[in-house]
Design a protein around this ligand. Structure first.
Ligand code: FES
Ligand SMILES: [Fe+2]
Length: 473
């Protein structure tokens, strides 16, 4: 089903273009010059015939090439594109997807390698020391609700191949992808039957809520042991979350519900997606690393994301200023909050339109609700999720919601947040995790955050071990 935006671009745009052309005076000249070719119209006494149809054609071509016509053509095309740009800015949610390797890598002197090759090379070469387990216990986002509708969706998360589908009752299920019969992937051609999923290979059918096989189309009896793993999951705030626990324990806490999203009072303003090559804990730890705010996130955002250019002294008269503190919620131990004050200043003078206060509420190891308060536009919330794909590869998403922010302002907030995160990504993608970092007193929140985060690991939490090849000479 084409989006409204695509319809606008492909159908309405040529129509608008044609209307503007038709109304231009140059085209009127052209049209009047060509008319006798098609209409055999009567000549008025004062009409001048140049040289029959050939002359009229020459006149038409002259009109087409006249500066007046060319100028109006250029103005018309620019007007249409400005119109489309403004329409997108003010009415279309942001959709910004970066593939792996897009952000944070330096391609110079890499002998023509692709961004993906460079990302893989750096990941392979990087020294990872004594790192914490790679898949913490908690809720992790797999998809946005609108991404799972009629078709089952495959995804790799937490080192597993999974299938997410919406049964005919509307309920969402998450199951292991591989069929226990002969191993077909249920996410590739699997069919939804009621709340069950039918394998594309021989038609075995599995129940979503407990994974039990309920039908083998060609067998008299369904074996009791025929089942797939069904994962605890829930849909909240427009996200589909799965529960992961290394010991298989039931959830002891749940993602916070934002009532205004559930009730539809908040409007959706867009999504961004990134892949990060780093240990999962690096990302939330950023919230307790107050010192990096005043350095990495200080250069004005128009300088971009490339760490090689943002520290430009010429532009240092304009910068972002941050004050923050991070605390654990004593009643809900799985929750920690970074409280932030942000100002944008030019020669030390704050720009009120670009100043906000915010709370980044970390809910478990993989969810953050970044609540932004703006004195003019009201409140917006960025639901930020981080999901391990593989041991050292994370998927990061941000979805922006607000009831009062105008669309362009909400998109600017989302864009600014992601631009700042892309600066972090350039660090994360290249750094190593130090289990014993050298910290000063002012870094004490980092150590506090590590102690807090360790509650999400348990005895059987999967660990990453580097395979080292011994070289003997
Ligand atoms: S592999 Fe799935 S039914 Fe045979
Ligand atoms: Fe950061």
């Amino acid at each position: 089903m084409p989006s409204f935006n695509a319809v606008l671009l492909n159908l309405l745009l040529p129509v608008i273009l044609a209307v503007i052309f038709f109304r231009s005076s140059a085209l009127t000249t052209l049209r009047d010059g060509v008319k006798p070719l098609f209409t055999h119209n009567r000549l008025e006494s004062n009409d001048t015939v140049v040289a029959g149809p050939a002359g009229q054609l020459a006149e038409a071509i002259d009109a087409l090439l006249s500066p007046h016509f060319l100028l109006s053509l250029v103005v018309s095309v620019i007007s249409v594109y400005v119109f489309v740009y403004l329409y997108q800015l003010f009415f279309v949610p942001l959709n910004w997807t970066r593939t792996e390797g897009d952000v944070g890598y330096i391609l110079d002197d890499r002998g023509g390698k692709s961004k993906m090759d460079v990302a893989n090379e750096i990941r392979r070469r990087r020294r990872m020391g004594d790192i914490p387990p790679v898949y913490p216990n908690g809720w992790f986002a797999l998809f946005r609700s609108f991404q799972v509708q009629k078709e089952p969706r495959s995804i790799c998360a937490l080192g597993h191949e999974l299938v997410v589908y919406r049964g005919e009752s509307g309920q969402v299920f998450v199951v292991d992808a591989y069929c226990p019969h002969l191993g077909a992937n249920l996410g590739v051609g699997g069919q939804i039957r009621g709340d069950c999923l039918e394998c594309p290979f021989h038609g075995w059918t599995f129940r979503g809520d407990d994974g039990k096989c309920v039908k083998v189309p060609y067998a008299e009896k369904v074996p009791d042991f025929a089942k797939i793993r069904s994962w605890p999951c829930l849909e909240r705030n427009g996200e589909i979350y799965v529960w992961h626990h290394a010991e298989g324990a039931e959830p002891t806490w749940f993602p916070l519900e934002v009532e205004e999203i559930t009730s539809g009072k908040m409007k959706y303003h867009g999504i961004t997606e990134h892949f990060i090559n780093a240990h999962v804990e690096e990302v939330p730890e950023n919230g307790a690393d107050i010192a990096h705010l005043g350095h990495l996130h200080s250069p004005i955002m128009f300088l971009g994301r490339d760490l090689r250019v943002i520290y430009n002294l010429f532009w240092s008269f304009a910068k972002h200023e941050w004050q923050g503190t991070w605390e654990i919620d004593e009643e809900n131990k799985h929750t920690g909050t970074l409280s932030l004050k942000h100002k944008c200043t030019v020669f030390g003078i704050p720009l009120p339109l670009l100043s906000v206060t915010a709370e980044a509420v970390q809910v478990g190891p993989g969810i953050v609700h970044l609540v932004i308060h703006h004195w003019l536009f009201g409140d917006a919330i960025l639901i930020h999720t981080i999901t391990p794909v593989e041991p050292l590869k994370q998927k990061l998403t941000h979805c922006c919601w607000s009831k009062s922010f105008p669309r362009f302002a909400a998109k600017l907030v989302l864009f600014a947040e992601c631009l700042q995160v892309e600066r972090d990504m350039m660090v994360w993608n290249h750094k190593t995790y130090l289990s014993k970092p050298v910290l000063v007193k002012e870094d004490s929140l980092i150590a506090k955050h590590r102690r807090w985060y360790s509650q999400f690991y348990s005895e059987n939490s999967p660990r990453y071990t580097e395979k080292k090849t011994e070289m003997s000479w």
